[in-house]
Ligand binder design. Structure first.
Ligand code: FAD
Length: 504
């Protein structure tokens, strides 16, 4: 939406009839929105709330991605919530994660608060009324719906669920086979006996390949450049032991959370302080799993520091098993053109395919592509600064959840929800109806840095979208993307009276 269109929408909001009012409006019914609702309800049982989601079901990512073999690449003890023990193997299938979320929805009776098919398109804050007016479009009947709310909690994730990132390559139109994107996997796609080329080298490609190689004639992973892989067991041996000892599930959950957190903290530390050593460790742990004589240098040696992008997890090394069995192979090259029969790469080799899977990732979306206005002035996010990766400068009564890239996303859902709860309490204590992150005098002239420092994290979908994202500053509380170990200390103690939050 252009700024002029945003102004027009904002101007049309004067009609207040037929508007449902809630204390808190949550956008998104994925792991973040469901987690936020749990914490809100637990801490503030008297506040009314709704959760709006554009899709027709819960789960966000896990509802959108239903390709064969879809699974977590984090352990579920940390990807699960702090408050709900995970009872299965460490790495879980998408469907198991959906079942877990269903249990949370049932236990917390959240179903009655969730409204599906409602895509939020615009949100206007009125300082005079001390509330947001939120516009949504119903996906099932096209109807426009309007809510007002005291507090907007954005749990919309980071990518466009409806429109995956699908690059156009030369010659695609003449290809006689089928091109599919994992985000829009056709339910009835039968790959039995088919030759499949999967473009990509990240988590999605490495999850999909072992699953489809069971039935396909052959699967070729076509990657431009290699990723890092880690092949942990499907279930942590500590979990097996604790369960054999009949230790209560909530203890096992907490112990395993700590074990995995410590392990990932160490990986994060090494990625900063000893990247060469970590590189060596990752390469060495992969070698015994690969076929004899495999060209590791060409196919498995990334060009970036470990953890500048997510490390792809292949439980029990199932991707490597598919390579060893000859069911899958890897080509590291660039696409020159699609042909009638497949893909020709720069070396001149033609990879024949019946189906090409474009595991090319996401289109990043800023705050669910909602057009924000504050007192009818359109918000340009590129001019704004994050407050602790939780709120945005100059935007009143709005928090967002953005999880970790290197640790489980959900660890941050619990931490951010606690902080938002503290902000609510502080507002209540002060009798305030409005809280706005505001740069203080001492922050004047602060150096603004891009949303993600490419030295720290340089995944393609982030770098492609830096220009539309908000910024971070060079000091607290205007930074984000900190490591989990730091945030575990910082966020619970965050000073809410340091002048960076203005309450009125
Ligand atoms: C295949 C895959 C596997 C992953 N595995 C892991 C993993 O193992 N560990 C990990 O830590 N991370 C993983 N991730 C990252 C993952 O996105 C997060 O873990 C997590 O699912 C994000 O949850 P969320 O609720 O914040 O956002 P999402 O899951 O993206 O859900 C957001 C929801 O908000 C809705 N929404 C967005 N905008 C609007 C709007 N304007 N109006 C109404 N509704 C809206 C969407 O429809 C969606 O349902 C994975 C990602 C993918 C794609």
């Amino acid at each position: 939406m252009t700024m002029t269109e945003q102004r027009t929408v904002a101007a049309a909001r004067n009609d207040k009839s037929d508007v449902e009012h809630v204390d808190v409006l949550i956008v998104g019914a994925g792991v973040s929105g469901i987690g936020a609702a749990h914490h809100l309800q637990e801490q503030f049982p008297d506040r009314s709330f709704v959760i709006l989601d554009a899709q027709d079901n819960r789960g966000g990512t896990w509802w959108t991605h239903r390709y064969p073999g879809v699974r977590s690449d984090s352990d579920l003890f940390t990807y699960g919530y702090r408050f709900k023990p995970w009872r299965g193997p460490s790495i879980a299938a998408g469907e198991e994660i959906l079942n877990y979320l269903d249990e949370v929805i049932d236990e917390d009776d959240l179903g009655r608060h969730i409204r599906y098919h409602q895509r939020v398109t615009a949100a206007n804050w009125s300082t005079e009324d001390r509330r947001w007016t939120v516009e949504a479009t119903r996906g099932d009947n096209g109807e426009q719906v309007r809510y007002t709310t005291n507090f907007l909690w954005m749990c919309q994730g980071y990518y466009n669920h409806a429109k995956p990132y699908q690059p156009r390559w030369e010659g695609m139109d003449r290809f006689h086979g089928l091109v599919v994107h994992p985000q829009q996997w056709p339910e009835d796609l039968d790959l039995a006996g088919k030759r499949v080329v999967v473009i990509g080298s990240g988590s999605t490609a490495s999850t999909l390949i072992p699953a489809i190689s069971k039935e396909a004639a052959h699967v070729t992973m076509l990657q431009r450049s290699p990723s890092y892989f880690l092949a942990p067991p499907l279930t942590h041996e500590l979990a097996v032991t604790l369960r054999q000892l009949d230790v209560p599930e909530d203890w096992t959950h907490e112990i395993l959370r700590r074990a995995y957190t410590a392990q990932f903290n160490e990986l994060a530390r090494m990625s900063h302080e000893a990247p060469d050593q970590l590189h060596e460790f990752l390469m060495e742990s992969m070698k015994p799993l690969l076929p004899e004589g495999f060209d590791i240098e060409q196919h498995f040696t990334p060009r970036y520091r470990p953890w500048q992008q997510r490390i792809a997890i292949v439980p029990e090394g199932d991707l490597f098993a598919a390579l060893r069995e000859g069911k899958a192979s890897i080509v590291t090259d660039t696409i020159e053109t699609f042909t009638e029969k497949g893909i020709r790469v720069s070396s001149g080799e033609e990879l024949e395919a019946d189906v090409v899977v474009s595991a090319t990732g996401f289109n990043l979306s800023v705050m669910g592509d909602v057009a924000f206005t504050v007192d009818d002035d359109p918000v340009d996010f590129t001019e704004r600064v994050t407050w602790r990766g939780v709120m945005i400068s100059g935007i009143p009564n709005m928090a967002y959840i953005f999880g970790y890239f290197r640790h489980s996303w959900t660890l941050r859902v619990d931490l951010v929800s606690d902080l938002v709860g503290r902000v609510f309490e502080r507002m209540q204590d002060r009798g305030a109806t409005m809280v706005v992150p505001t740069l203080r005098e001492e922050d004047a002239g602060m150096q603004l840095r891009p949303w993600s420092d490419p030295e720290n994290f340089n995944a393609g979908y982030v770098l492609r979208s830096q220009h539309i994202l908000f910024k971070q500053g060079d000091r607290e509380p205007w930074t984000h993307m900190l490591e989990h170990a730091q945030e575990m200390e910082i966020l619970p103690k965050a000073d809410l009276e340091d002048g960076s939050l203005v309450y009125t």
